[in-house]
Design a protein around this ligand. Sequence first.
Ligand code: FAD
Length: 538
Amino acid sequence: MDRSRAAAAAVPPQRRADVAAALARITSPARVSTTPPDRVAYARDLWPRGLLAVRAGDVAPFPPDAIVWPESVAEVQAIVRLAVEHGVPIVPFGAGSGVCGGTLPLRGGIVVDVKRMRRLVALDAANLTATFETGILGEHLEHELGRRGYTLGHFPSSIMCSTLGGWLAARSAGQCSSRYGKIEDMVRSVEVVLGTGERLDTADAGAGADLNQLLVGSEGTLGIFTRATLAIRPAPEARRMRGFRFPRLAAGCEAIRRLMQRGLRPSVLRLYDELDSFMHRRAGKAAPVPVESPQEGSMYARMLEVIGVDQPPALRRRAIAALLDRPALLNRAVSTLLPRLGAGCLLVVGCEGERRLVEGEAAAVFRELEGAGGVDLGPGPGEHWLAHRYDVSFGLSKIFDAGAFADTMEVATTWDRLLELYRAVKRALAPHAFVMAHFSHAYPDGCSIYFTFAAAVPGGGQYDDGARAAAERRYDEIWRAGLAAAHGAGATISHHHGVGLSKAAFMPDEHGEAMRVFHALKQVCDPHGIFNPGKMGV
Ligand SMILES: Cc1cc2nc3c(=O)[nH]c(=O)nc-3n(C[C@H](O)[C@H](O)[C@H](O)COP(=O)(O)OP(=O)(O)OC[C@H]3O[C@@H](n4cnc5c(N)ncnc54)[C@H](O)[C@@H]3O)c2cc1C
């Protein structure tokens, strides 16, 4: 990130005051902020590279000039026109749970936080659709539907801290995507404010190209989503969870492929590689762990356990430094030892829906898995996963505390390339970071792989400027190696976290000549170039 360039483009103080005053006239003084705490709070998202900067004391490398909380589409339109008039950037903001730097205000400007636009606008029971304003948090959206007997079926691990607008912008996937699809499969129409201030409602457009799919995934670079109509389902009456153990990863992958291609649609399908399974194994044997001990099941907590972070502080730092400074050795030791321990690979599977249909589907799914060589472990591992499905990141700050950093890389490809993708990315990451993976989000034509990795901060986690620069170099090297390997194996560089700032440089490789279409689309939707500069390579 070039900080001097960002500073040079920042809005001058007098213009900042004029813009804030105009924003207050459009909305209300209480719904505009230029205070330092708010500008710091909105200067980042949950991109782990940004967290390295925070640890080093650089809490807001790119603060916005102002934050505004509109309450209607008319206000959003007026804000966009104001930004055009003053030539200041706009960063659309949901809940800031993005992990790719997508909301960083690289050139300052106005952060438009749509969380006050959070109503359920309409529910059409005859056609099974619901229209929401896009600032609604995921958990509230599910609650609104749940108390009326419906579900969207979209359960990202970040459901408590992400919004419908963020989901649409980043093409999010929930934990039950194998049954319900990703957010782009659920969307029926969107209302969006473009960079001209015009309001576009795709419900008004029928024949021809699907405008929804041109806009969904645009990560705030083309417009601000203000409403969306989504396909909903009756809330499931019943759910059956199970765990299976496969002797090898390849057998588990093959079993999932067969299930999906037979037309079965389990809601949950998660296959853990040997290392990740090793950490799950005890949970499968034990009774389900109570919900009150949430870190028990999180993926970072599992990684912490493996590398010994749950030790007293002094021991912990030494253990981390010693182990993570030799990632190649550590990865090699783990891959040699684990097969001897016979951990195998754990598959967590779940079926849900109408009671009688679930019984039939679960029986067929479990039979298929056993037929493919899976050993039935009973409901324990599945119930345990379900009770801890949102714990995912509670261990992340502990990893940073221990003088290391961690991140996740979610790539996807077709079935014929899946195992090669796994091997290629692991090979590429192994010299730099300790790595484990699971396979989830399976479809008839392919599957996603979710790598979790941790690496030491050079210098044992003392975050002075030199150590920060070295840690950032290591971080960038890991990503470059991993994404190049994914691209080389014919995979996409992101299944559901999006591109943001972190993967922007890889967009030309990903799309080749088709990048011209993105640039042209940007010209049409955002002719003044005010939306989310520096993101997605456009
Ligand atoms: C612990 C954790 C677990 C996660 N698990 C998952 C998961 O299971 N599945 C998954 O898909 N993702 C997951 N994520 C990533 C993240 O939650 C998603 O990318 C989510 O879609 C971001 O939503 P948000 O509202 O927080 O968006 P933000 O982070 O605020 O914004 C993300 C991008 O969308 C743009 N944007 C936001 N709102 C709008 C809008 N109304 N109009 C136009 N553009 C907008 C922003 O400009 C930015 O580019 C996880 C993140 C964390 C931290």
